[in-house]
Design a protein around this ligand. Structure first.
Ligand code: COA
Length: 572
């Protein structure tokens, strides 16, 4: 089938659907929802059998839905309508939520239902629910709806509020008055529900240090207490604020006319005056608190595994975060373990350098340089680890430099359903570093490496195994994935030939070093990066500005809009 995606952006959900439908042999082309006339032109050029709208922020024009079947992905249960579906579900602490695929008609979200899925709600940020439960349910529902489309006997179900199974209802846009926190009354659970419901976008309008701002990225604190509403501590980039019955950590803020930044970067001086609640070491505290890097161990002496978690918000790794992660990694290599598993975070393993921190720096070029060197230092430490076998366990998505950092480990195991975007070109033609020129060709071949870098498309775990980038595609369920990772890592640690395995690894590294030193790969990559950062062509700085500022898209990139390719013809 020819399937046209009409979507606001090529976000993670659209990427997942694109991969799933393409892998089933459908030809998928994409048009960003910019204006009615551009969407109409796309439909005229592509002549789709079916239109799918994975992520739209406004209605499809009548000229399109009247003449073509358009399926809308709505992140709500059957009957739910309105633009703040997930926000209400989180804030009202629903126990079960869902995704509905419905047909576009004149009335928004009220068309006949083609498929729906439900899932149990987790206490989590909206962005996390969207990237996990919603994406999974949407994938299942869209695949089913597409099957129904080929079934001439299928009849979509008209929305009928008299049916007791239709539990959803029309709800308005959630406004800041509904999101606002009363620090003298709201319990920690309510405060978290409000922050979680607004996470990603639009945040909760509040004040910090007397200044109005939008707050994001809250985590419960289990021990620290204080006067409700007061800021009581800081740790690395986050601050802790007391509630009536506990406290929460605030990770990110957006000051007026600014963009999202870690709290202690946005309010550097004010935060420095707060008492520091530093953690003693890297060991997982095992209690509710804000801990972006944590370490755990499992297994007996002689066959033990270390798990290093680094849950950096949005997978963005600034210079300081990289330096702390390097210190934690180096410390992990001194532990009496045999295998180190790099767990990343639940939602993202890594998305490479921290573009917001770079944008906020006095000299973005200097900060880019410091950040790429700091991430390269971690990659180098992983590549040069002779004492342990290393594994990157990709639970969530992974982008740009984060993918090559993952590849620095001996093994990359990825959760089925997670996505990689192993390319840099979307960020103003960045050349990239993280030793990709050393790491990639042996896995996927020179031609394969060139294709990955040029294609600028997401890679599923299964496709990654097929092309050699990834070593194993493990369970889709995150708990099952973790169990699988721990079991496989324990097997590696207990293998009778572990010593030979490590010796072979050291020999290979020595031979590679003799053939071409790692330092040379790095310096060649960084020569290109220096030109990206300091050279005449400002593309990277322009692309980063638009990414951080979230500038609206003005056209669909040609690699996504197949119907706009030169010489495009509707296949016979
Ligand atoms: N630095 C700072 N913020 C980043 C980031 C980075 N490297 N990568 C992602 N983010 C942020 C986004 O701004 C967004 O922020 P939000 O909290 O305001 O929503 C959030 O992470 C999620 O990103 P989004 O683009 O919505 O997620 P996605 O799953 O749809 O797409 C990527 C994932 C990786 C394709 C996309 O985020 C991307 O291209 N990131 C930039 C990667 C990059 O070029 N890194 C630099 C070179 S190493």
């Amino acid at each position: 089938m020819r399937i046209l995606f009409l979507t606001h952006t090529f976000n993670s959900l659209s990427q997942r659907l694109y991969c799933e439908l393409s892998s089933r042999g459908h030809l998928v082309s994409i048009e960003f929802d910019i204006t009615d006339s551009v969407a109409e032109e796309a439909v005229a050029l592509f002549k789709p059998d079916l239109i799918v709208a994975p992520y739209l922020r406004r209605a499809i024009p009548e000229s399109i839905w009247k003449n073509h079947l358009c399926l809308i992905v709505h992140p709500g249960i059957v009957g739910d309508r309105g633009p703040s579906a997930l926000d209400w579900a989180i804030q009202e602490q629903e126990r079960e939520w869902g995704v509905t695929v419905l047909q576009a008609e004149a009335e928004m979200d009220a068309g006949p239902v083609w498929a729906s899925e439900t899932f149990p709600m987790r206490v989590a940020k909206k962005s996390s629910l969207y990237r996990n439960e919603v994406t999974e349910a949407a994938t299942q529902a869209v695949l089913r709806a597409v099957d129904h489309f080929s079934d001439e006997h299928f009849v979509p179900v008209a929305l009928d509020y008299s049916n007791p199974n239709v539990r959803g209802r029309l709800r308005p846009l959630m406004r800041q008055v509904e999101r606002s926190i009363d620090w003298q009354r709201d319990t920690t659970a309510t405060v978290l529900a409000k922050f979680n419901a607004a996470d990603g976008f639009p945040g909760v309008a509040d004040t910090l240090f007397g200044e109005p701002c939008h707050i994001f990225d809250a985590t419960a604190e289990g021990i620290l207490r204080g006067t409700p509403g007061e800021l009581i501590a800081r740790r690395e980039t986050a601050v802790c604020r007391a509630t009536v019955d506990g406290a929460v950590w605030i990770g990110h803020v957006k000051r007026k006319n600014g963009f999202k930044l870690p709290t202690c970067v946005a309010f550097t001086e004010a935060c420095a005056a707060l008492p520091e609640a530093a953690l003693a070491d890297w060991w997982s505290t095992g209690q509710a608190t804000w801990q972006d890097i944590r370490y755990e161990e499992a297994g007996e002496k002689g066959r033990a595994v270390g798990f290093l978690h680094f849950d950096f918000t949005n997978g963005a790794m600034g210079t300081d975060q990289c330096r702390r992660l390097l210190a934690a990694y180096r410390w992990a290599t001194t532990r009496p373990t045999q295998v180190i598993v790099l767990m990343g975070g639940r939602d993202f393993w890594s998305n490479g350098v921290h573009l917001n921190l770079i944008e906020a720096a006095e000299s973005p070029a200097d900060e880019s340089w410091a950040n790429i060197n700091a991430i390269d230092d971690i990659a180098e430490a992983i590549i040069c680890t002779g004492t342990h076998l290393t594994v990157s366990a990709i639970q969530g998505n992974c982008g740009a430099g984060g993918c090559f950092l993952a590849r620095a480990a001996d093994y990359v195991w990825m959760r089925d359903g997670a996505l990689m975007n192993p390319h840099y070109k979307n960020m103003g033609n960045l050349y990239g570093s993280e030793y990709w020129t050393y790491l990639l060709p042996p896995r996927v071949g020179d031609e394969g490496a060139r294709a990955i870098m040029q294609n600028r498309l997401p890679l599923t775990a299964q496709a990654g195994v097929a092309n050699g980038f990834i070593d194993a595609c493990l369970a889709a369920n995150i708990d099952a994935f973790r169990v699988d990772v721990a079991r496989r890592a324990a097997e590696l640690a207990a293998a009778p030939d572990l010593a030979q395995h490590l010796a072979a690894k050291q020999e290979k590294r020595a031979a590679d070093e003799a053939a071409k030193p790692l330092a040379q790969y790095r310096s060649e990559e960084l020569d290109h990066m220096r030109r990206n950062f300091y050279g005449f062509d400002p593309s990277y700085h322009v692309a980063r500005f638009h990414f951080v500022q979230k500038s609206p898209q003005s056209w669909t990139p040609r690699h996504l809009a197949k119907h706009r390719d030169l010489g495009w013809e509707v296949p016979a």
